[in-house]
Design a protein around this ligand. Structure first.
Ligand SMILES: Cc1ncc(COP(=O)(O)O)c(C=O)c1O
Length: 408
């Protein structure tokens, strides 16, 4: 297996040409949404020119639209190791999670339990907390602030546990959770496991069959694609799901969760994302079918993130007044590093960096649980720098240079 060809990768992202203050932008905001390769924009433009129609018609553009939707399902199935009819699309992960929680809520009775975590993004917490309306009790798996790891899932599982909502990786801290282990515990307990893979999917290969989860959700705009949500449902669990749907809507997966017209141009753009990943995978030595090539791409992206992440961590940790949160580089984590700088609020740091063309996020990133647990809610949260395959050592050096200016 070869390394990621970062220079080639960068050449595929038109937005890297953007300048701020006379310097090209260093995008370190990938956990909030990645940049997109030019294939995405090209596919969207081609869709509007050659295939713009609604589905199910007896004419060319409608047939082309049907084909694009089917191809997008197949491509995302290959990315996740799923079957195409296990893949549903929606506006974003949050909306799909509310749809899923409402559906699963119909299967709950008074006193049933739902488990959420203190570490997760609110999109995988609030929709499940809403099930208290149905008499469900919600238990929260705590996070240890010293290690930024969750407590063992067993401590929250009981005979009435019906649903466990677990993040694959924390978008605030980079911690990767033990999802496969959680799946086997859920299976033993008879609970449905719902995985929020939004932050994990851009960073490493995912195999839903190996994980053995029931549902897994992601956002394609965090994975070099358009703004869409993505849901995988294990066939047996998806078939059983009592979805709210229109009388005219197909009653079987995946369409039964897809209310209304899909974002056709976005799905066309997603085929551009798949083409990009195939290109990356082939250049990294991937061979065989598309699933294997996409795995090779994600492995190369993971290796790149690991190496560059270590450089980022070492640089940040060596600066005076900087405190880096989350697991150390060698541990299971994504290349997303969050930190504070003594004497400056995270917003001040982000503003300074932004004015120099280094784009980072700040705040709680819609994950107030870990921010509160770390005692950072009153001080503006964290500064977050996240790495993507289009980031290079120069981006990291610029971040460190700008933080040094403030730290000095
Ligand atoms: C870990 C995680 N989960 C869920 C979401 C919500 O995703 P969406 O914007 O697609 O609703 C985000 C977005 O930042 C996220 O980082």
């Amino acid at each position: 297996m070869q390394q990621l060809d970062v220079r080639h990768c960068r050449s595929l992202f038109p937005s890297l040409a953007l300048e701020e203050g006379g310097r090209s932008v260093a995008y370190l905001d990938a956990p909030a949404g990645t940049q997109v390769p030019r294939m995405v924009g090209d596919s969207i433009t081609t869709y509007f020119r050659d295939a713009n129609a609604n589905v199910g018609g007896a004419y060319r553009t409608s047939r082309a639209t049907d084909r694009i939707i089917a191809e997008a399902r197949a491509a995302m199935a290959d990315l996740l190791g799923a079957e195409a009819d296990e893949i549903a699309f929606g506006a974003n992960m949050t909306t799909l999670t509310y749809t899923l929680s409402r559906a699963l809520g119909q299967t709950l009775t008074e006193g049933d339990e739902v488990v959420v975590t203190e570490m997760d993004h609110e999109a995988n917490v609030s929709p499940w907390r809403a099930l208290t309306e149905r008499g469900a009790a919600v238990r929260t798996l705590p996070m240890d602030p010293a290690t930024c790891q969750l407590a063992p899932l067993e401590t929250c599982l009981g005979p009435r546990t019906r649903v466990v909502a677990l993040g694959y990786a924390s978008n605030a801290l980079g911690t990767v959770n033990a999802v496969r282990r959680a799946a086997s515990l859920c299976r033993e307990a008879g609970a449905i496991l719902v995985v929020d893979a939004v932050h994990y999917l851009p960073h490493a290969p995912v195999d839903v069959k190996d994980l053995d989860c029931d549902f897994l959700l992601a956002s394609t705009y965090k994975v070099f694609g358009p703004h869409l949500g993505l849901l995988y449902g294990r066939k047996a669990a998806f078939e059983k799901l009592p979805a709210y749907r229109l009388r005219v809507q197909r009653p079987y997966p995946p369409e039964k969760l897809e209310t209304g017209t899909l974002n056709h141009e976005g799905l066309a753009g997603l085929l551009g994302t798949a083409a990009f990943l195939e290109d990356i995978g082939r250049r990294a030595g991937g061979k065989g079918d598309r699933r294997q090539i996409l795995r090779a791409a994600m492995t190369a992206i993971a290796d790149h993130g690991k190496a560059l992440g270590e450089r980022l961590y070492r640089g940040l940790a060596g600066l005076p007044g900087v405190r880096v949160f989350g697991p150390l580089p060698g541990a299971r984590r994504t290349p997303t590093y969050s930190f504070t700088l003594a004497g400056r609020t995270p917003r001040q740091v982000a503003e300074h960096l932004g004015s120099r063309g280094v784009f980072v996020s700040d705040g709680d990133f819609y994950a107030p649980g870990p921010i509160e647990r770390l005692g950072l809610a009153g001080s503006g949260g964290l500064v977050r720098a996240g790495l993507a395959p289009y980031n290079d050592a120069e981006d990291v050096a610029r971040l460190l240079e700008c933080v040094t200016e403030l730290a000095g």
